[in-house]
Design a protein around this ligand. Sequence first.
Ligand code: SF4
Ligand code: SF4
Ligand code: SF4
Ligand code: FES
Length: 523
Amino acid sequence: MPKLAIDNQQVEVKDGDTILDAAKKLGIEIPTLCFVEGRPPQTSCMVCLVKVNGRERLVPACATKARDGMQVESQTDQVRQARRTALELLLAEHVGDCIAPCQAACPAHMNIPLMIRQIAAGDTRRAIQTVTRHIALPAVLGRICPAPCEKACRRRNKDAPVAICLLKRCAADVNLASPQPWLPDRKAETHKKVAVVGAGATGLAAAYYLQRDGHACTIFDRHDAPGGRLRYADSETKPPADVLDGEIDIIRKLGAEFRMNAEAGADPAMEALRRDFDAVVIAAGKSAPDQAERLGLPKTDAGIKVDSHTFASGVDGVFAAGRAVRARTSAVRAVADGKAVAASVDQFLRGQAPAAPPRPFSTHIGKLLEGEIDKFMEGASPDAQQQPAEGGAGLTEVQARSEAIRCLHCDCRKADNCKLRNWAQAYDAKARAYKLPRPPYLGCETRHPDVIYEPGKCIKCGLCVAIAADAGEQPGLSFTGRGFDVRIGVPFGESLADALKTSAADCVNACPTGALAFKDGAR
Ligand code: SF4
Ligand code: SF4
Ligand code: SF4
Ligand code: FES
């Protein structure tokens, strides 16, 4: 029974155990990619390196037996740098987008490809759930959003972008027209009260998410009816009043209370709001600078000065967002601000310091090389973009399904559970640390009912090859090519369905990246 020390902590393990086993016993986390519990080590990724005293080179923890008297260091600068280098070398050969270009361009970061897959499957109910996770007023925005997502859509490389905005509008309209429009579940009541000053896009979105989080919002606005510029602006790009009212009704059903004809910050006075509510969100557009003065908040030329990540003003419990803090803003930016400020207020009300979520690690394919768009087009509908009927109509559900199958599914189905992405984030690895030309995009094998294989995301760990072989798969998977061109593939050009008849799910679960993933993104 060897006794060893890792980071000066003593531990005793069984004969034959590895340094990785010993670290687990101590609760010390060592990154792994090519190793899964219960299988022999593959020792290909080298992200599990540790320092063993007396040895000149770092050793892989997953494959090095624990010995009596060993002194192991797992967190030194040298070890961390070596792991970062191992990750960056893997990423230098990687071709994939963690987040699709459309989603990256959306100010609200809506999961557009997921919504599109749900619409393609005829499941508008789930599509509206996906949309409203990030966008509170989808039927409104489906009509007036300038659609920065469509400007970034990869399908433009072939013909016209996917009509993302019209797809979102279709899902929202179907929901609003249904006998029982979908209402999100509310978290348990917190008994915290929030005053939202201003019932425009930002205030409505903030109230929507705060109600979902279990808080009780009262929305004050100087007009007769809620909506702000969405209702009262002197512009042609306003949504129809019945659509706006339909979405406001959902916020009402979530429990928000509206007090109209209340001059923001004067009736009731801002001091009274701070006294009677646990938090105040100022989303009152142009009148915000006056409130800033009354509150003694610092101002900028654009409006109230707030922390750009959390929207917290200098005054405890007072937040401001949207046109209250920006000189100009689009409707989608205003709605995105409403969600972001709600997240900060929620943290504040739960006794946490408001903090923006860390920016996730992301790899990008970037500009396509010549001919690559044709690889992306494999499996997508070649049809032209669907056009709605004249007169401001949206897409019908049938048209929406036809439009949805034009999508190239540029996102990664394992973005939320990819070990490579998670460790790259934890080790601050750079996706393009080495200024090498990007390898070409190799397409996506989709000929399996449940699973896809994207060779550009494969780190050639060999786990899937071994798992398929152990399961007796014929032909299974194998390494093909030589040297730098070695790849994992299905021999003899057969399909993934032929290769993985029984072990597909095991291979997906073991695969440390999005190279093998379930089509629907499920774990
Ligand atoms: S495999 Fe991982 S790192 Fe690569 S695109 Fe997918 S989530 Fe990002
Ligand atoms: S093709 Fe689909 S996933 Fe790709 S950018 Fe366009 S909408 Fe997004
Ligand atoms: S596809 Fe196979 S070889 Fe490639 S990363 Fe996934 S498990 Fe490893
Ligand atoms: S070499 Fe140890 S996990 Fe890959």
